[in-house]
Design a protein around this ligand. Structure first.
Ligand SMILES: [Fe+2]
Length: 227
């Protein structure tokens, strides 16, 4: 990709201006060539124009088809990782009662790990020639996690809620590992495996704060329901 020099910026600005004039108010989807990108997908509506950068050129020899599939999966994980980070921070800020300081500090450490996870996923998307869709607005729209309860609660309630979100996130990571590996993108699968290992370690740290009897009771309830 060309450096973002002044001529580059001017070329992009000219290109956007000319296309906005050309396609405004036509309500169509178009792909168009672009001075510095492989392709650009342009979606127009009757009143405004939304444009989205598609795959960018890379010397990575994985096929565009494989990279596109990995990018789509990674963006789903990214949205949920950003949501998960905010959820754990929510617990960090709103936990109260006996054991407060331990839980408060634990949630902060977990949030750090999850934030690092978002960064790795987003940078892999970039490396594959994709666009990391990592704004809070997009994350809120596409996260697969159950929304976190906003109330103040005691340590065990927040521990259980955070553990549940970590478990759901790691489950989705494991599914994505299988899918990316099956598509031939072993490097992304390896990144997701490493991420899942870190997330599941945090899950262990968090759920170990629950009383063993509590965990045991749940297991018994599950086996009773299954019987
Ligand atoms: Fe803090």
């Amino acid at each position: 990709m060309a450096p973002c020099s002044k001529p580059y910026k001017e070329a992009i600005a000219r290109w956007h201006f000319s296309y906005q004039r050309t396609i405004k108010n036509k309500g169509k989807i178009k792909t168009a060539s672009h001075p510095y990108m492989d392709r650009v997908l342009i979606i127009t509506t009757s009143k405004n124009i939304i444009w989205r950068l598609s795959m960018q050129h890379t010397l990575n020899t994985l096929s565009e088809n494989i990279r596109a599939q990995s990018i789509e999966l990674l963006n789903k994980q990214l949205a949920s990782a950003i949501d998960l980070h905010a959820q754990v921070k929510q617990a960090h800020w709103n936990v109260r009662g006996p054991g407060f300081i331990g839980a408060h500090e634990l949630f902060d450490k977990v949030a750090e790990v999850v934030e690092d996870t978002s960064d790795k996923i987003a940078e892999r998307i970039g490396g594959l020639g994709g666009t990391a869709q990592g704004t809070l607005a997009v994350a809120a729209k596409h996260s697969f996690l159950v929304p976190y309860n906003l109330g103040i609660a005691d340590v065990s309630q927040h521990i259980f809620a955070v553990a549940s979100s970590l478990a759901a996130f790691s489950q989705a990571l494991r599914q994505s590992i299988t899918q990316t590996s099956g598509c031939g993108d072993d490097v992304t699968a390896d990144l997701l495996t490493q991420t899942a290992r870190e997330v599941e370690q945090q899950l262990w740290f968090v759920e170990s704060h629950l009383k063993p009897t509590h965990v045991g009771q749940q297991s018994e309830q599950k086996s009773e329901q299954a019987a």
